[in-house]
Design a protein around this ligand. Structure first.
Ligand code: NAD
Ligand code: DAU
Length: 345
């Protein structure tokens, strides 16, 4: 791995991965390819430009645009593609699935074709635990479990996984897939629950907890996810998927209590509201396969949430401008008419 194309590198996990990669592999040149949607921001990479200028390039482009993708792969002599580019927010996929099908499915196909035409480049697909759907009882999803997505977002991501696998089986493309649990950490767009609730609380706005708040998620620290992905890219077996998470899920209400506790903000900010349509109640990953490669997370979910609170508290200049404009319109649309609920306990 020498010349690596990171699609979606101006987004939350992508920008953390780019930094992690440049710090940990001095021999690598990184080209970020990003459409700069509402979630992609050049300021997320400002320090990368100044610190790693000679080993870093940025291309403004859409992964659905085959000619620009292929031109970029040729110009930077790319040998490895890591695909983070996606529409990523479940609530937005419920409002309007179109962009999810285009970017997450068709865009992944365009990248796979570019990798195939260039002589079977190494390809890593960044996928999600949501492809397994809601998990019953005490079961933990293994990589061989059936995919059972239930939202337009997760259906798009699962479709992409199937294409990635098909390119391995049909054309011998050297692929791996990582299926990550919920990430938290610096630079996450404040539509996602943890940064939304932190920035609401810092602004004394109620925290809209969907339904009873007893849904289970594994909140992992983004840099742990990045270290797992780098290991999978370097040591993973071609054609294989790897779950990535701490393996320790908690309820959303517990996450909120940790977050309010770290902020020293009152529990009275919690407001139960009408649930998300088709809301998956529980995700739970068996992470034995990635651990067998020698990976371990450095943060448990509570530490991950607390560290994230501190970052947002210290970086108002990053999130305050975002919470105006497009974000406010979106917020009014999703939360404006949402009914509040009385929940016991
Ligand atoms: P994000 O929404 O913060 O960033 C997505 C990035 O993709 C943005 O920079 C955006 O501009 C770019 N993008 C969107 N459409 C594009 C297109 N057509 N062409 C080029 N670039 C485009 O997302 P994130 O949370 O950083 O997620 C990154 C990846 O990780 C996604 O594939 C997501 O499905 C996956 N994932 C996310 C999580 C999580 O908790 N956030 C967990 C597991 C997996
Ligand atoms: O599990 C991995 C996935 O995590 C990623 O693949 C997605 O890209 C990422 O968006 C995230 O999806 P979720 O739907 O789990 O994340 P979100 O932050 O939207 O919600 C987390 C939980 O919090 C979920 O149970 C819904 C709940 N929630 C969310 C919001 C936005 C609330 O209770 N209130 C809210 O306002």
């Amino acid at each position: 791995m020498k010349n690596i194309l990171v699609t979606g590198g101006a987004g939350f996990i992508g920008c953390n991965f780019v930094r992690f990669l440049l710090r940990n592999d001095p021999g690598v040149h990184v080209t970020v390819y990003d459409k700069l949607t509402y979630a992609g921001r050049l300021e997320n990479l400002a320090d990368v430009e100044s610190r790693f200028g000679a080993r870093y390039a940025f291309v403004h482009g859409d992964i659905c645009d085959a000619s620009t993708v292929e031109e970029t792969v040729g110009r930077y002599d790319i040998d490895t593609i890591v695909n983070f580019a996606a529409e990523t927010h479940v609530d937005r996929s419920i409002l309007d699935p179109d962009a999810f099908v285009r970017t997450d499915v068709f865009g992944t196909y365009v990248l796979l074709e570019a990798a195939r035409k260039r002589g079977n480049l190494r390809f890593h697909q960044v996928s999600t635990d949501e492809v397994y759907g809601h998990i019953e009882g005490d079961h933990r999803s293994g990589e061989g479990d059936p995919l059972a997505p239930r939202s337009p977002y997760s259906a798009s991501k699962a479709s992409a996984d199937l294409f990635v696998n098909a390119y391995h089986v049909t054309y011998g493309l050297p692929v791996t897939i990582s299926r990550g649990a919920n990430n938290v950490g610096p630079y996450q767009y404040p539509e996602k629950v943890v940064p939304l609730f932190i920035t609401n609380a810092l602004s004394s706005i109620p925290l809209p907890v969907y339904g009873d708040g007893q849904q289970m998620r594994d909140y992992q620290y983004v840099l742990d996810h990045c270290s797992a992905m780098l290991l999978i890219i370097q040591e993973g077996s071609f054609g294989e998927a790897y779950n990535v998470g701490t393996g320790r899920e908690m309820t959303n209400l517990s996450m909120v209590e940790i977050l309010l506790d770290e902020l020293k903000a009152p529990r009275s900010l919690i407001q139960h509201v009408e649930d998300r349509e088709g809301h998956d109640r529980r995700y739970s990953l068996d992470v034995g396969k990635v651990m067998a490669l020698g990976w371990e997370p450095e943060h448990d979910p509570e530490e991950a949430i607390r560290a994230t609170v501190r970052w947002y508290r210290d970086n108002e200049s990053w999130w305050k401008p975002i919470r105006g404009g497009e974000f406010q319109e979106y917020y009014d649309q999703v939360y404006g008419d949402r009914k509040t609920l009385e929940v016991d306990g």
